[in-house]
Design a protein around this ligand. Structure first.
Ligand code: GAR
Length: 208
C-alpha cells in the first residue's frame, strides 16, 4: 500500500478527485493517511473530515519562525511514514530540507502545460489570466515531481485543454480542472502506487 499525505490550501477539488478515485478503484494500492492544510479555513479539511481521513492545520502564522514551521511540517509527515506527499493546490513554499529528504516522493499539480506559464508568481487563477492575456489556443495541466526549483521537477503526466474565445479566467480554470487536473492527478498517483514510474536523468519513464 502506498501511504499518501496530501497538502492543501483551499477548496480541495483535486483532493476530492483523489478521494473519489481511491473509492472507485481508479487508484489502487493506496491509502490516504493525512490531509494537512496551512489554512485553517480550507474547505479541503472538511472534505477530509467527511471521508474520515485524518486532517490537521499547520500554519506558518502560528509559529514564531519559519524554521519552527518547517520542522513541524516535516515531523508531521515523517511521523506518518508516508511514501508519497501530494501537493493538491498547496500554496506554501516547501522547505528545501523537506524536498531533499523526500526526493522523488513529492508530486505537484500545476494548472498549465509546463514549461509554459509556470515558475514564480504562477499559481491559481493568475496562471489562467496570463494564458488568456497571451492568447494561446491550448493550455492544460501538469503533474510533476517537486525539486528545488519552482515547477522544474520531472514531468509525470500532462493533458491539453482548449482555450475558447470569450473565456474568463474562472471559466478556463474550471475547464482545466474538469478536463485535465482531476484526471491526471489520480492517473499519476495510481502509476506511482503500482511501481510504474521511474526517474531517469531528470525525466520520467512510465513502465506500463
Ligand atoms: C488547482 O487549479 C491547482 O492546479 C492549483 O491550485 C488549484 C487548487 O484547487 N495549483 C497551483 O497553482 C500550484 N502552483 P483545489 O484546491 O480545488 O484543488
Amino acid at each position: 500500500m502506498l501511504r499518501v499525505g496530501v497538502l492543501v490550501s483551499g477548496g480541495g477539488t483535486n483532493l476530492q478527485a483523489i478521494i473519489d478515485a481511491v473509492d472507485s478503484g481508479v487508484i489502487t494500492n493506496t491509502s490516504l493517511e493525512v490531509v494537512i492544510s496551512n489554512n485553517p479555513n480550507a474547505y479541503a479539511l472538511t472534505r477530509a473530515e467527511n471521508h474520515g481521513i485524518e486532517h490537521l492545520c499547520i500554519s506558518p502564522k502560528t509559529f514564531d519562525s519559519r524554521e519552527q514551521y518547517n520542522e513541524a511540517l516535516i515531523k508531521a509527515l515523517d511521523d506518518r511514514n508516508l511514501d508519497l506527499v501530494v501537493l493538491a493546490g498547496c500554496m506554501v513554499v516547501l522547505p528545501a530540507t523537506l524536498i531533499s529528504k523526500y526526493k522523488n516522493r513529492i508530486i505537484n499539480i500545476h494548472p498549465a502545460l509546463i514549461p509554459s506559464f509556470c515558475g514564480k508568481g504562477f499559481y491559481g487563477l493568475h496562471v489562467h489570466e496570463e494564458v488568456l492575456k497571451r492568447g494561446v489556443k491550448l493550455t492544460g495541466a501538469t503533474v510533476h515531481f517537486v525539486d528545488e526549483g519552482t515547477d522544474t521537477g520531472p514531468i509525470i503526466a500532462q493533458k491539453a485543454v482548449e482555450v475558447k474565445w470569450g473565456d474568463t479566467p474562472e471559466v478556463l480554470q474550471k475547464r482545466v480542472m474538469e478536463e485535465a487536473e482531476w484526471k491526471i492527478m489520480p492517473y499519476a498517483i495510481n502509476l506511482i502506487a503500482n511501481g510504474k514510474v521511474e526517474v531517469i536523468d531528470g525525466k520520467v519513464k512510465i513502465n506500463e
